[in-house]
Structure formats: C-alpha cells, structure tokens
Design a protein around this ligand. Structure first.
Ligand SMILES: CC(C)(COP(=O)(O)OP(=O)(O)OC[C@H]1O[C@@H](n2cnc3c(N)ncnc32)[C@H](O)[C@@H]1OP(=O)(O)O)[C@@H](O)C(=O)NCCC(=O)NCCS
Length: 171
C-alpha cells in the first residue's frame, strides 16, 4: 500500500495520540513514553521534533490518503558516529500488515541518503519483533548481529537484533 512521509504539523496531535495510545505498540518501543498517551503528549512530541536541530533529527508523519497512520524518525548519533543514525517507527494497529511500514522505511532511507551526509542507518528491534525484522529485511537492511540480553522491557530480559543499511558508494 503506497503511503507518503511528510513533516509533522502540530494539528496532527489528535491523530498521533489515537495511534500511539496502544500497549501493543508501546511494548515494542523503548521506555519513556507516557501511557495513556494524551493529545498533550503528542503535541509536546511534535513541538520537540519541529524545534529540533534539522541536521540531526529527521522526523516524519506517515500518511495514507493524507491521514496520519504512523511515525518514523531518524536520529543522528554523536562523536565518531556522527555519520550514523538510528531509525525508529511505528504504525497504528488498524494499518498493520499492509506493507505501509516497508514503504515508509524505504522512502525515509532514500530521503536521508539523498539529502544528508549520513552513511549508515540502523535499527534495533527486539529479537521477538518478527514484523519489524521483516520490514527491515524487505527494505534492504542487513542483519549484523544478535545483541544478547541487551534490554529489559516490562521486567523481561530481551535480545535485540542489529540491522543496518549503508550507503554503499559513500566515502
Ligand atoms: C512492526 C510494524 C512497524 C510493522 O508495520 P507494517 O506496516 O505492519 O509492516 P509491513 O506490512 O510493511 O510488513 C510486515 C511483515 O511482517 C510479517 N509479519 C508480521 N507479523 C508476523 C509474524 N508474527 N510472523 C511472521 N511474519 C510476520 C508480515 O507478513 C509482513 O511480511 P510479508 O510482506 O513478507 O508478508 C508494526 O507492526 C508496528 O508498528 N508495531 C509496533 C511498533 C514496533 O514494533 N515498532 C518497531 C520497533 S523496532
């Protein structure tokens, strides 16, 4: 299913709160997000993204027929890793399994490699997150390794997987 990516608008907060206010999504993300996730929380997130350094933070709403259905962000790392960036994403449960995230990941990575000096984009899904691993594989990421016992989520020790896409011709 063909989606689009675009910059956030503060008026997306209602849609964003509706999408993210879901334990099944939160259980696959890092800790730190409030639950329940309110419209005010969504407004704060969008405002933070809009005021962030545009050289380091690339945050997009994922839309389908102009409606916000998900979120994807690429965040530049620091120090010697300044040309590496971490990607994170989620899509509303009603839209899972339609190929939307695979398309959004492809579009986002193409944008980053065409418009920035970033040469490596990585993502670290939990080993148990088969859908996310599959998205990354379909979008051309390589599995570089298993990060054993790399996280504690909801009281459980979890493995994670390191996937990366590199700009092959970059110097
Ligand atoms: C992971 C997530 C982003 C996937 O988005 P999506 O739009 O449903 O992904 P796609 O439809 O593009 O691709 C999903 C793939 O996973 C496969 N899949 C999903 N669940 C699966 C399972 N339990 N076993 C095997 N394959 C599975 C689908 O069949 C599909 O692969 P296919 O096209 O080869 O059939 C979405 O489920 C989500 O937001 N989850 C919660 C948040 C999250 O996990 N974010 C990522 C953190 S790293």
């Amino acid at each position: 299913m063909e989606c689009a990516i675009r910059k956030w608008n503060i008026t997306d907060a209602v849609d964003l709160a509706r999408l993210l206010n879901n334990k099944k999504i939160m259980d696959n993300l890092r800790d730190g997000l409030p639950y329940p996730y309110t419209v005010k929380d969504a407004e704060d997130y969008i405002a933070t993204m809009l005021s962030a350094n545009p050289e380091n933070t690339y945050a997009f709403a994922i839309t389908l027929d102009e409606k916000v259905v998900g979120s994807i962000g690429v965040f530049r790392c620091e120090n010697i890793h300044f040309r590496t960036a971490e990607m994170g994403y989620y899509i509303g449960e009603a839209y899972w399994g339609k190929g939307i995230m695979t398309s959004a990941v492809r579009q986002t990575c193409q944008y980053i490699f065409e418009h920035t000096d970033i040469i490596r984009i990585f993502a670290e899904p939990f080993g148990s997150n088969i859908a996310s691993c599959r998205v990354l594989e379909k979008a051309g990421f390589q599995l570089e390794g298993l990060l054993r016992k790399n996280a504690v989520k909801n009281g459980r020790v979890l493995d994670m997987k390191m996937y990366a896409l590199v700009k092959e011709d970059a110097e």
